[in-house]
Design a protein around this ligand. Structure first.
Ligand SMILES: Cc1cc2nc3c(=O)[nH]c(=O)nc-3n(C[C@H](O)[C@H](O)[C@H](O)COP(=O)(O)O)c2cc1C
Length: 244
Protein backbone atom coordinates (compact mmCIF):
# COMPACT_ATOMS: atom_id res chain seq x y z
CA UNK A 1 0.00 0.00 0.00
CA UNK A 2 1.18 3.56 -0.75
CA UNK A 3 2.95 5.41 2.04
CA UNK A 4 0.77 7.51 4.31
CA UNK A 5 2.52 10.79 3.57
CA UNK A 6 1.20 10.58 0.00
CA UNK A 7 -2.40 10.47 1.17
CA UNK A 8 -2.99 14.19 0.95
CA UNK A 9 -4.64 14.62 -2.44
CA UNK A 10 -8.04 16.31 -2.12
CA UNK A 11 -10.02 13.60 -3.80
CA UNK A 12 -8.15 10.63 -2.41
CA UNK A 13 -10.17 8.14 -0.43
CA UNK A 14 -9.57 8.03 3.32
CA UNK A 15 -6.92 5.64 4.59
CA UNK A 16 -9.58 3.13 5.70
CA UNK A 17 -11.40 3.36 2.37
CA UNK A 18 -8.19 2.76 0.47
CA UNK A 19 -7.36 -0.20 2.68
CA UNK A 20 -10.75 -1.65 1.80
CA UNK A 21 -10.27 -1.16 -1.92
CA UNK A 22 -6.77 -2.64 -1.95
CA UNK A 23 -7.89 -5.49 0.27
CA UNK A 24 -10.58 -6.38 -2.25
CA UNK A 25 -8.04 -6.18 -5.09
CA UNK A 26 -5.31 -8.24 -3.45
CA UNK A 27 -7.52 -10.85 -1.80
CA UNK A 28 -9.82 -11.42 -4.79
CA UNK A 29 -9.40 -14.94 -6.08
CA UNK A 30 -10.68 -17.01 -8.92
CA UNK A 31 -12.74 -19.52 -6.95
CA UNK A 32 -13.56 -23.00 -8.24
CA UNK A 33 -13.58 -25.34 -5.29
CA UNK A 34 -14.44 -23.68 -2.00
CA UNK A 35 -18.11 -22.85 -2.53
CA UNK A 36 -20.50 -23.44 0.37
CA UNK A 37 -24.21 -24.18 0.11
CA UNK A 38 -25.73 -20.79 0.82
CA UNK A 39 -27.97 -18.59 -1.29
CA UNK A 40 -26.81 -15.13 -2.29
CA UNK A 41 -29.52 -12.72 -1.08
CA UNK A 42 -31.07 -10.58 -3.81
CA UNK A 43 -29.97 -7.37 -2.06
CA UNK A 44 -26.33 -8.50 -2.23
CA UNK A 45 -26.62 -9.62 -5.84
CA UNK A 46 -28.21 -6.30 -6.69
CA UNK A 47 -25.21 -4.40 -5.29
CA UNK A 48 -22.80 -6.60 -7.23
CA UNK A 49 -24.69 -6.23 -10.51
CA UNK A 50 -25.07 -2.50 -10.03
CA UNK A 51 -21.30 -2.21 -9.44
CA UNK A 52 -20.73 -4.07 -12.71
CA UNK A 53 -23.18 -1.78 -14.47
CA UNK A 54 -21.18 1.26 -13.34
CA UNK A 55 -18.03 0.19 -15.16
CA UNK A 56 -16.50 2.44 -17.79
CA UNK A 57 -17.54 1.68 -21.37
CA UNK A 58 -16.43 2.98 -24.74
CA UNK A 59 -18.67 5.90 -25.77
CA UNK A 60 -20.78 5.08 -22.67
CA UNK A 61 -22.24 2.29 -24.77
CA UNK A 62 -22.80 -0.09 -21.79
CA UNK A 63 -22.70 -3.05 -24.15
CA UNK A 64 -23.14 -5.72 -21.47
CA UNK A 65 -25.96 -8.00 -20.39
CA UNK A 66 -25.98 -10.32 -17.39
CA UNK A 67 -27.83 -13.62 -17.76
CA UNK A 68 -28.51 -14.93 -14.24
CA UNK A 69 -28.68 -18.71 -14.04
CA UNK A 70 -29.84 -20.99 -11.22
CA UNK A 71 -31.61 -23.69 -13.23
CA UNK A 72 -29.95 -27.12 -12.77
CA UNK A 73 -30.74 -28.37 -16.26
CA UNK A 74 -29.17 -25.34 -17.90
CA UNK A 75 -26.10 -25.67 -15.68
CA UNK A 76 -25.79 -29.37 -16.50
CA UNK A 77 -25.68 -28.55 -20.21
CA UNK A 78 -23.01 -25.90 -19.61
CA UNK A 79 -21.03 -28.40 -17.52
CA UNK A 80 -21.19 -30.90 -20.40
CA UNK A 81 -19.76 -28.24 -22.69
CA UNK A 82 -16.98 -27.70 -20.16
CA UNK A 83 -16.22 -31.44 -20.03
CA UNK A 84 -15.94 -31.62 -23.83
CA UNK A 85 -13.67 -28.56 -24.02
CA UNK A 86 -11.56 -29.80 -21.13
CA UNK A 87 -11.01 -33.08 -22.98
CA UNK A 88 -9.93 -31.08 -26.03
CA UNK A 89 -7.43 -29.08 -23.94
CA UNK A 90 -6.03 -32.27 -22.42
CA UNK A 91 -5.49 -33.66 -25.91
CA UNK A 92 -3.63 -30.49 -26.91
CA UNK A 93 -1.02 -31.37 -24.27
CA UNK A 94 -0.41 -34.80 -25.76
CA UNK A 95 3.29 -34.16 -26.34
CA UNK A 96 3.90 -32.89 -22.81
CA UNK A 97 2.76 -35.72 -20.57
CA UNK A 98 3.83 -34.11 -17.33
CA UNK A 99 1.94 -30.89 -18.07
CA UNK A 100 -1.01 -32.94 -19.27
CA UNK A 101 -1.18 -34.87 -16.00
CA UNK A 102 -0.95 -31.68 -13.99
CA UNK A 103 -3.69 -30.04 -16.07
CA UNK A 104 -5.97 -33.05 -15.66
CA UNK A 105 -5.69 -32.74 -11.86
CA UNK A 106 -6.74 -29.06 -11.77
CA UNK A 107 -10.24 -28.07 -10.70
CA UNK A 108 -11.20 -25.47 -13.27
CA UNK A 109 -14.88 -24.70 -12.69
CA UNK A 110 -17.60 -24.63 -10.04
CA UNK A 111 -20.64 -24.64 -12.32
CA UNK A 112 -22.86 -26.96 -10.28
CA UNK A 113 -21.55 -26.23 -6.75
CA UNK A 114 -21.85 -22.44 -6.86
CA UNK A 115 -25.02 -20.58 -5.79
CA UNK A 116 -25.55 -19.11 -9.24
CA UNK A 117 -23.93 -18.65 -12.62
CA UNK A 118 -23.82 -15.45 -14.64
CA UNK A 119 -23.10 -15.22 -18.34
CA UNK A 120 -21.89 -11.75 -19.27
CA UNK A 121 -22.43 -10.87 -22.92
CA UNK A 122 -21.39 -8.18 -25.39
CA UNK A 123 -23.87 -6.48 -27.70
CA UNK A 124 -21.94 -4.56 -30.38
CA UNK A 125 -25.15 -3.01 -31.74
CA UNK A 126 -26.00 -1.19 -28.49
CA UNK A 127 -26.30 2.56 -29.19
CA UNK A 128 -24.59 1.86 -32.53
CA UNK A 129 -23.54 1.60 -35.22
CA UNK A 130 -21.57 4.79 -34.42
CA UNK A 131 -20.10 4.30 -30.96
CA UNK A 132 -17.91 7.20 -29.90
CA UNK A 133 -14.37 5.94 -29.31
CA UNK A 134 -14.93 2.55 -30.92
CA UNK A 135 -14.33 3.85 -34.42
CA UNK A 136 -10.67 2.85 -34.60
CA UNK A 137 -10.33 -0.04 -32.21
CA UNK A 138 -13.26 -2.42 -32.53
CA UNK A 139 -12.17 -4.47 -29.52
CA UNK A 140 -12.89 -1.57 -27.14
CA UNK A 141 -16.45 -2.89 -26.97
CA UNK A 142 -15.23 -6.17 -25.50
CA UNK A 143 -12.75 -4.32 -23.25
CA UNK A 144 -15.74 -2.45 -21.78
CA UNK A 145 -17.47 -5.71 -20.91
CA UNK A 146 -14.26 -6.91 -19.23
CA UNK A 147 -14.24 -3.72 -17.12
CA UNK A 148 -17.78 -4.61 -15.97
CA UNK A 149 -16.64 -8.14 -15.15
CA UNK A 150 -13.76 -6.85 -13.04
CA UNK A 151 -16.12 -4.49 -11.17
CA UNK A 152 -18.39 -7.46 -10.53
CA UNK A 153 -15.47 -9.59 -9.34
CA UNK A 154 -14.21 -6.96 -6.88
CA UNK A 155 -17.68 -6.04 -5.58
CA UNK A 156 -18.35 -9.74 -5.02
CA UNK A 157 -15.08 -10.04 -3.07
CA UNK A 158 -16.10 -7.08 -0.91
CA UNK A 159 -19.38 -8.91 -0.19
CA UNK A 160 -17.50 -12.13 0.72
CA UNK A 161 -18.63 -13.87 -2.45
CA UNK A 162 -16.26 -15.86 -4.63
CA UNK A 163 -16.31 -15.70 -8.42
CA UNK A 164 -14.81 -18.21 -10.84
CA UNK A 165 -14.46 -17.43 -14.54
CA UNK A 166 -14.97 -20.49 -16.74
CA UNK A 167 -13.62 -20.04 -20.24
CA UNK A 168 -13.12 -23.71 -21.05
CA UNK A 169 -16.46 -23.68 -22.86
CA UNK A 170 -17.71 -23.53 -26.41
CA UNK A 171 -19.33 -20.19 -27.19
CA UNK A 172 -21.48 -21.98 -29.74
CA UNK A 173 -22.81 -24.24 -26.98
CA UNK A 174 -23.44 -21.24 -24.73
CA UNK A 175 -25.30 -19.40 -27.47
CA UNK A 176 -27.61 -22.38 -27.97
CA UNK A 177 -28.12 -23.25 -24.29
CA UNK A 178 -28.80 -19.65 -23.25
CA UNK A 179 -30.72 -18.60 -26.40
CA UNK A 180 -28.30 -15.75 -27.05
CA UNK A 181 -29.18 -13.85 -30.27
CA UNK A 182 -26.75 -14.09 -33.20
CA UNK A 183 -25.45 -10.50 -32.87
CA UNK A 184 -24.58 -10.91 -29.18
CA UNK A 185 -21.36 -12.56 -28.01
CA UNK A 186 -20.80 -14.39 -24.71
CA UNK A 187 -17.73 -12.92 -22.99
CA UNK A 188 -17.63 -14.57 -19.59
CA UNK A 189 -19.27 -17.46 -17.82
CA UNK A 190 -19.01 -16.85 -14.07
CA UNK A 191 -19.78 -19.02 -11.04
CA UNK A 192 -20.65 -17.12 -7.85
CA UNK A 193 -21.21 -18.10 -4.26
CA UNK A 194 -20.16 -17.79 -0.65
CA UNK A 195 -16.92 -19.61 0.03
CA UNK A 196 -15.08 -21.45 2.79
CA UNK A 197 -12.01 -19.34 2.17
CA UNK A 198 -10.26 -16.99 -0.20
CA UNK A 199 -6.88 -18.60 -0.77
CA UNK A 200 -3.91 -16.32 -0.24
CA UNK A 201 -2.48 -17.24 -3.65
CA UNK A 202 -4.03 -18.18 -7.00
CA UNK A 203 -4.95 -21.87 -7.31
CA UNK A 204 -2.68 -22.16 -10.35
CA UNK A 205 0.25 -20.83 -8.33
CA UNK A 206 -0.45 -23.24 -5.46
CA UNK A 207 -0.65 -26.10 -7.93
CA UNK A 208 2.76 -25.16 -9.36
CA UNK A 209 1.35 -24.31 -12.79
CA UNK A 210 2.68 -20.75 -12.97
CA UNK A 211 3.77 -18.06 -10.53
CA UNK A 212 3.21 -14.31 -10.37
CA UNK A 213 5.92 -12.47 -12.28
CA UNK A 214 7.84 -9.67 -10.62
CA UNK A 215 6.31 -6.28 -11.39
CA UNK A 216 9.71 -5.20 -12.72
CA UNK A 217 9.37 -7.68 -15.56
CA UNK A 218 6.26 -6.06 -16.95
CA UNK A 219 7.04 -2.36 -16.56
CA UNK A 220 9.14 -0.52 -19.13
CA UNK A 221 10.06 3.10 -19.54
CA UNK A 222 9.23 5.39 -22.45
CA UNK A 223 9.48 2.59 -25.01
CA UNK A 224 8.84 -1.12 -25.22
CA UNK A 225 11.61 -3.17 -23.65
CA UNK A 226 13.44 -0.31 -21.90
CA UNK A 227 13.81 -1.42 -18.30
CA UNK A 228 16.03 1.37 -16.98
CA UNK A 229 15.70 5.12 -17.28
CA UNK A 230 17.17 8.14 -15.46
CA UNK A 231 13.79 9.82 -15.45
CA UNK A 232 12.19 6.91 -13.69
CA UNK A 233 15.03 5.87 -11.40
CA UNK A 234 13.20 6.31 -8.07
CA UNK A 235 10.12 4.43 -9.16
CA UNK A 236 12.14 1.74 -10.81
CA UNK A 237 14.19 1.21 -7.63
CA UNK A 238 10.97 0.95 -5.63
CA UNK A 239 9.63 -1.57 -8.12
CA UNK A 240 12.83 -3.59 -7.84
CA UNK A 241 12.57 -3.54 -4.04
CA UNK A 242 9.06 -5.00 -4.31
CA UNK A 243 10.55 -8.03 -5.96
CA UNK A 244 13.21 -8.77 -3.37
C1 LIG B 1 -10.44 -14.35 -19.18
C2 LIG B 1 -10.23 -15.33 -18.06
C3 LIG B 1 -10.56 -16.66 -18.26
C4 LIG B 1 -10.37 -17.60 -17.24
N1 LIG B 1 -10.76 -18.90 -17.41
C5 LIG B 1 -10.64 -19.78 -16.41
C6 LIG B 1 -11.11 -21.13 -16.53
O1 LIG B 1 -11.67 -21.54 -17.54
N2 LIG B 1 -10.97 -21.96 -15.47
C7 LIG B 1 -10.35 -21.56 -14.33
O2 LIG B 1 -10.23 -22.37 -13.40
N3 LIG B 1 -9.91 -20.28 -14.18
C8 LIG B 1 -10.06 -19.39 -15.18
N4 LIG B 1 -9.62 -18.11 -15.01
C9 LIG B 1 -9.01 -17.70 -13.74
C10 LIG B 1 -7.50 -17.61 -13.81
O3 LIG B 1 -6.94 -18.88 -13.87
C11 LIG B 1 -7.03 -16.85 -12.58
O4 LIG B 1 -7.52 -15.55 -12.65
C12 LIG B 1 -5.52 -16.81 -12.45
O5 LIG B 1 -5.02 -18.10 -12.27
C13 LIG B 1 -5.07 -15.92 -11.29
O6 LIG B 1 -5.70 -16.31 -10.11
P1 LIG B 1 -6.59 -15.33 -9.25
O7 LIG B 1 -7.72 -14.85 -10.12
O8 LIG B 1 -7.07 -16.14 -8.08
O9 LIG B 1 -5.73 -14.18 -8.83
C14 LIG B 1 -9.82 -17.17 -16.01
C15 LIG B 1 -9.48 -15.83 -15.83
C16 LIG B 1 -9.69 -14.91 -16.83
C17 LIG B 1 -9.35 -13.47 -16.59
Amino acid sequence: MAERKEETADYALSHAEKEGLYKAIFSRRDVRSHFVEKEVPDAVLLRILNAAHHAPSVGFSQPWNFILIKDEEIRKRVKESFERERERSINMLENNKERQKKYARLKLEGIMESALNICVTYDPTRFGPFVLGRTSIEDTGVYSVCCAIQNLWLAARAEGIGVGWVSILSNEDLEKILAIPAHVKPIAYLCLGYVEEFASKPDLERAGWLHRMDLARVVCYEKWGISESEKWSELSEAIDRLST
